[in-house]
Design a binder for this molecule. Structure first.
Ligand code: PMT
Length: 405
């Protein structure tokens, strides 16, 4: 299933190292070529020879022990890997990676590789829930690392709880699934640009106008595009969500910044999805100092922001242009109007008053409208699942035309 795939297994020091030996065996049986890098602490638990025998490859642990003078080992291994798995991952290696520390062979490779990195933590239950570890894991999620959560059960330290390294069979299953998904990639070679989240339009240094967009829908669209093989660029308003693995992020604050970022990505884009909730108005002037309260009411003068989508519609060439529409009434009719006036290929309309969808929720319920006049409804489902369904439906409709885009 994973033949010809190169998996670099980074083994760090905990009692679960013995399970990593079984993991090498399972991954090799599934067809992968496995190479192992160990930390010094990992070697205290299991001899490198066990990994060498199981992987039928040299085992690496010393950054300065260059086995082949033609290459620099840690860079060579970092480039060689199709996937890097850190199992077991100790609190220590998680902390180092979260802070960019590279003081041994494992951490140096982790910073040098461009392959996806999966981290399978294993540690004492209290260590796993320690605020510092929780913080480091959150940081790494935001940086795009993927985690294989530990399971619950008896721990070697005597405690019962969450902290056991996931079973080698399950990790192997996940790795196979990952490579299967990578093979099934209709968007390979295509560039998809997606916007997400709200914009903020500053009033003064402490206040702004914004909306309730959490970014969940747009981030889900980006994750789906990436899974389908696209080179994915996500232009994100201010939200705190983990960046989907492999997705290039451009962070913006205002509608004007989003417009500039979009123009910088537009010319060679194949598909553009505008899920962001962009402010239609911004304060006419931004106060340099905090505005002081006055007696009585005040009036804030607003001016229109650029309609980014409309201007993209005007300069559309090969791009497949997909908008979203957040409506509170006459959803389809308003959606159709926007599809037409902004020169879009598709628009995804959602009634943001529906409790099963819209702003902030984990699910959404939408209708996909096409320029050919089709209306395809999607019932309420998690935004991640919906994003994949939307892309698959659009790709089906566009299958004959997409390779010309
Ligand atoms: O982020 P979540 O919490 O997950 O919520 C998801 C969502 C409700 C934000 C999303 O599903 C959605 O509907 N996004 C579009 C919101 C919106 O701004 O709709 P609109 O009808 O006001 O705008 C229509 C389209 O024009 C949108 O694609 C929008 O990005 C674009 N637009 C709007 C104004 C503007 N100045 N420039 C634009 O490009």
């Amino acid at each position: 299933m994973i033949e010809n795939k190169n998996i670099l297994l980074c083994v760090t020091g905990g009692i679960a190292v013995y399970k990593a030996v079984a993991l090498v065996s399972k991954l090799s049986q599934a067809g992968a070529t496995v190479k192992v890098v160990m930390t010094d602490s990992a070697k205290e638990f299991v001899q490198p020879l066990s990994f060498q025998v199981m992987s039928k490859n040299d085992v690496y642990f010393d950054t300065f022990d260059e086995k082949d003078s033609r290459v620099i080992a840690h860079i060579d291994l970092a480039d060689w890997a199709d996937l890097v798995v850190v199992a077991p991952a100790t609190a220590n290696v998680i902390g180092k990676l979260a802070n960019g520390i590279a003081d041994d062979m494992v951490t140096t490779i982790l910073l040098a590789t461009e392959a996806d990195v999966w981290i399978a933590p294993a540690m004492n239950v209290h260590m796993y829930s320690h605020p510092a570890v929780v913080r480091n894991i959150e940081r790494l999620y935001l940086d795009g690392y993927r985690f294989i959560e530990p399971s619950e059960g008896f721990l070697a330290c005597g405690y019962v709880g969450k902290g056991r390294l996931e079973e080698p069979e399950r990790i192997t299953e996940l790795v196979c699934q990952y490579f299967n998904e990578m093979n099934d990639q209709p968007l390979k070679g295509k560039k998809v640009v997606i916007t997400a989240g709200p914009t903020r339009e500053r009033i003064d240094p402490v206040r702004y106008i914004s909306n309730f967009s959490s970014g969940k829908m747009g981030y889900a669209m980006a994750a789906a595009a990436q899974k389908l093989g696209a080179e994915t660029v996500l232009i994100s308003g201010p939200v705190e969500l983990p960046i989907p693995t492999g997705v290039q992020i451009i962070r913006v604050e205002s509608a004007a910044e989003m417009y500039d970022a979009m123009l910088s990505q537009y010319d060679d884009a194949n598909i553009v999805v505008k899920s962001a909730a962009v402010a239609d108005y911004r304060p006419k002037s931004v106060h340099a100092q905090k505005m002081k309260k006055k007696e009585g009411d005040d009036v804030l003068e607003l001016e229109r922001t650029t309609d980014i989508l409309k201007s993209l519609g005007k300069r559309k060439e090969q791009q497949l242009l997909i908008g979203f529409a957040a409506e509170t009434m006459d959803v389809i009719a308003y959606g159709e109007k926007k599809l037409e006036s902004k020169n879009l290929d598709y628009i995804i309309v959602n009634d943001v008053t529906d409790p099963s969808g819209g702003f902030g929720s984990d699910t959404n319920v939408v209708t996909l409208l096409s320029r050919e006049g089709e209306a395809i409804p999607f019932s309420a489902m998690p935004k991640e699942q919906l994003a994949t369904c939307l892309f698959e439906t659009i790709l089906q409709q566009e299958s004959s035309k997409l390779h010309d885009r």
